[in-house]
Design a binder for this molecule. Structure first.
Ligand code: AMP
Ligand code: ZN
Length: 459
C-alpha cells in the first residue's frame, strides 16, 4: 500500500456503522460473496450483486495489490430447484446426467453474463458438489459439540445452542418463533432450527453420510467453502440484503459454533435491491429481466443494452440504496458514456491514478461521487487520462473498438451531396440506411458556414 492511498472505510451490517477497514493480513485480503444457484438464467438483480462485489474486489486490489486479494464466489449446484428443472428439461436422461446438464449450461451462461457486465473472474469459484466432504465434516463437528441433532430424517442446527444467534439481522428468537410455521415442523426442537442435512429419496440426488444418503442444506455450503478457501475467520463476507436473514445469520451460527470462534467474517456487506416499480426483482414475482435478454435481445425498452451501459446504470446509485430499474436510467447511462467517449478522443488512461481521485471510492464505495469525478475529469481536456484511469479501476469501459463498415464515410458524403442538391428523399434514405447500421449523424455549419456532418457509432 502506498502511503498516499486514502484509507478505505466500509459499512458493516454487523455493527451498523461505517469504519476504517483493517485487513487481518495485508498480504492476503479475503473476500467471500454468495454466488448464484444455477438452475436458470441470472436476472439483472443478481447482476447487481455480482457488480457490487466485483467493484469491491477491484478496489481492494487497487489498495493492497492485485496479488494480495482472494475473492471466492461459490456456485450452488445442489438445490431442489435444480432437480425440478432437470426433470422438466431432460425427462429422458438419468437424473444425475440431467442435473449435470442444467448446472453446467447455467453456470457457463452466468460466467458469460457477468463477464459482459465487466466483472473480473473471482480468484476461486468452488462448487457445492465438490465440497460435500467438507460440509459433512462441519456437520459432524456441530453434532459433536452439541449444536446439532438428528430428527425426522434431518440433521438440524439447534439455534438455542448459540446465545448470539440473531445478532447480524437484529432479530431475537421470539421474533423468529412468531414468524415460523410451528405446526409443520414438529420434529424441530425450536421452530427456528434449520437443516444441515436431509435424507434423499432413491430418485433424489444424494451422497452417503453417517446420517444416511442425503444432501446438504443451503447454508452449510457457504460455511464449509469459506472455511476451506479462506479460513475460519476472514475479512469480508457479502451478498444481497435478502441474504442477511436467514442465510447469513445461519452461516455465522454454523461457522462460529463449529470453530468456537468470535467471528466468521469481520465485515458483512450487503447490496440493496434492484427493484421494478417498488418491488424487488425476483424470479418468484415474475417481474424480472435476465442479463442475457438485456444484452442480446430487445425485450426491455425495444433495444439491446451493452454490458458497460448496464454496469454504469448500476453504479450511478450507491450500492446500499435500492435501484429502480427503468429505461430512463439506462438511456442516461448511454448518453453519459457517449459524451465521455467523444470527450476523451484518443487519450489513453494514465498508468497511475492520483490518490486524490480515489478518495470517493475509498469512502464505502461512493460510486455516484466517483462517476461525477470521472465526468469532471474527462470533460476537462488536460485530465482525460486520469478520468479514463478512474473508469478503468471501476471496470467501466468508455472507449470501444468499434468496427465500422468501410462504406460509411462515402455514404455520409453522398448524403451531404444529396442535401446540397435538395434531393431530400435520397438524403433521408441514406440516413435511414446508416441508422440501420447504428450510425448517428449530426449536421452542423463549419467555420466557412458550409453544411457539414459528423457521425458516430451509437451504443
Ligand atoms: P440467488 O441466485 O437468488 O441466490 O441470488 C444471488 C445473489 O443476487 C445474492 O447475493 C442475492 O442477494 C442477489 N439478489 C437477488 N435478487 C436481487 C435483487 N433484486 N437486487 C439485488 N440483488 C439481488
Ligand atoms: Zn452464502
Amino acid at each position: 500500500m502506498t502511503t498516499a492511498t486514502p484509507q478505505l472505510s466500509l459499512y458493516n451490517t454487523l455493527t451498523r456503522t461505517k469504519a476504517p477497514f483493517v485487513p487481518m493480513d495485508e498480504k492476503n485480503v479475503r473476500l467471500y460473496a454468495c454466488g448464484p444457484t444455477v438452475y436458470d438464467f441470472a436476472h439483472i438483480g443478481n447482476g447487481r450483486a455480482a457488480i457490487v462485489f466485483d467493484l469491491l474486489f477491484r478496489v481492494l486490489r487497487h489498495v493492497y495489490g492485485p496479488d494480495h486479494v482472494t475473492y471466492v464466489r461459490n456456485i450452488t449446484d445442489v438445490d431442489d430447484k435444480i432437480n425440478a428443472r432437470a426433470l422438466r428439461d431432460h425427462p429422458d436422461l438419468p437424473l444425475n446426467e440431467a442435473i449435470r446438464r442444467v448446472t453446467e449450461t447455467t453456470a457457463a451462461q452466468y460466467q458469460k453474463d457477468v463477464a459482459a457486465l465487466g466483472c473480473l473472474e473471482p480468484t476461486m469459484q468452488p462448487r457445492a458438489t465438490e465440497n460435500i466432504a467438507e460440509m459433512q465434516a462441519m456437520i459432524q463437528r456441530l453434532l459433536d459439540k452439541g449444536h446439532a441433532y438428528q430428527a425426522g430424517g434431518e440433521v438440524l442446527f439447534a439455534v438455542d445452542s448459540m446465545p448470539e444467534y440473531g445478532r447480524l439481522s437484529g432479530r431475537n428468537l421470539e421474533d423468529n418463533l412468531a414468524g415460523a410455521r410451528v405446526a409443520v415442523d414438529t420434529h424441530k426442537r425450536n421452530p427456528a432450527d434449520f437443516v444441515l442435512w436431509k435424507l434423499s429419496s432413491a430418485e433424489e440426488p444424494g451422497w452417503d453420510s453417517p446420517w444416511g444418503r442425503g444432501r446438504p442444506g443451503w447454508h452449510i455450503e457457504c460455511s464449509a467453502m469459506s472455511e476451506r478457501y479462506l479460513g475460519e475467520t476472514f475479512d469480508i463476507h457479502g451478498g444481497g440484503l435478502d441474504l442477511i436473514f436467514p442465510h447469513h445469520e445461519n452461516e455465522i451460527a454454523q461457522s462460529r459454533c463449529a470453530h468456537g470462534s468470535h467471528a466468521m467474517a469481520n465485515v458483512w456487506m450487503h447490496n440493496g435491491f434492484l427493484q421494478v416499480e417498488g418491488q424487488k426483482m425476483s424470479k418468484s414475482l415474475g417481474n424480472f429481466f435476465t442479463i442475457h435478454d438485456l444484452l442480446e435481445t430487445e425485450a426491455f425498452g425495444g433495444r439491446a443494452w451493452p454490458g458497460e451501459v448496464l454496469r454504469l446504470a448500476m453504479l450511478m446509485t450507491h450500492y446500499r440504496e435500492p435501484i429502480d430499474f427503468s429505461q430512463r436510467r439506462l438511456e442516461e447511462a448511454v448518453n453519459l458514456l457517449e459524451k465521455w467517449e467523444r470527450a476523451v478522443g484518443d487519450a489513453e488512461p494514465s498508468v497511475h491514478l492520483p490518490a486524490e481521485y480515489f478518495d470517493r471510492l475509498a469512502d464505502d464505495l461512493d460510486t455516484p461521487a466517483a462517476i461525477a469525478r470521472i465526468h469532471a475529469l474527462v470533460m476537462d481536456e488536460g485530465k482525460a487520462a486520469e478520468g479514463l484511469a478512474l473508469a478503468d479501476l471501476m471496470g467501466l469501459r468508455i472507449k470501444r473498438d468499434v468496427e465500422v463498415d468501410t462504406a460509411v464515410p462515402s455514404l455520409v458524403a453522398a448524403r451531404l451531396a444529396a442535401l446540397n442538391a435538395k434531393d431530400f428523399a435520397e438524403a433521408d434514405r441514406i440516413r435511414a440506411e446508416l441508422a440501420e447500421q447504428g450510425i448517428a449523424l449530426m449536421d452542423y455549419k463549419d467555420e466557412a458556414g458550409q453544411r457539414a456532418t459528423k457521425w458516430e457509432v451509437k451504443r
